[in-house]
Design a protein around this ligand. Structure first.
Ligand code: SF4
Length: 176
């Protein structure tokens, strides 16, 4: 029997959600017995592959690159999970949403800088007007809140999905 394909993605987040994935400890060994990790910061893959069974998404959708990537991922993933409060609600990245992008960049790169005094233009994706929770951009099948989400909750979801069952998260997770 072929192994399932699991991916993780890091959008606009602090990597704390991926630290919780690593905190699954020995459950990670069970995961890799049953699935191949095919994309994400934990593996060296340049292109998000077709036919992924489960993708865990950390972070909000904040710039044009995030937007293109999450749309591609949605088209190539059976079960897409928003992992952590930034992916679920926008959380920390969305704190900038009340400030126009131009003013934000000027504050950071002009007023707040000792060098260059201009926002970067080369090799940096344009910010979206707002940092968005993933479900405002693409369909999300499951949300795992928490900042960071608990490793036990992530382990439960991944193992349930790999066993062909639908995870029931009521009472197992909370925001913050
Ligand atoms: S939810 Fe918390 S831990 Fe996860 S990326 Fe956002 S700030 Fe970091």
């Amino acid at each position: 029997m072929s192994k399932a394909k699991v991916a993780t993605v890091w959008l606009d987040g602090c990597s704390g959600c991926h630290m919780s994935v690593l905190d699954m400890d020995e459950t990670l060994l069970e995961v890799v017995k049953r699935a191949d990790i095919v994309y994400g910061p934990l593996v060296d893959a340049q292109e998000f592959p077709e036919g992924v069974d489960l993708t865990l998404v950390e972070g909000a959708v904040s710039n044009q690159d995030d937007l293109k990537l999450i749309q591609k991922i949605r088209g190539r993933t059976k079960l897409l999970v928003a992992l952590g409060d930034c992916a679920v609600t926008g959380n920390v990245p969305s704190m900038r949403n009340g400030i126009p992008v131009k003013a934000l960049l000027e504050r950071g790169y002009v007023e707040g800088s000792d060098v260059n005094h201009r926002p970067p233009t080369d090799g940096v994706p344009a910010l979206l007007r707002n940092a968005l929770p993933v479900h405002e951009v693409v369909r999300v099948d499951l949300h795992i809140p928490g900042c960071p989400p608990k490793a036990d909750a992530i382990a439960y979801v991944v193992m349930e999905v790999l066993a062909g069952r639908k995870p029931e998260l009521t009472g197992k997770v909370k925001f913050g």
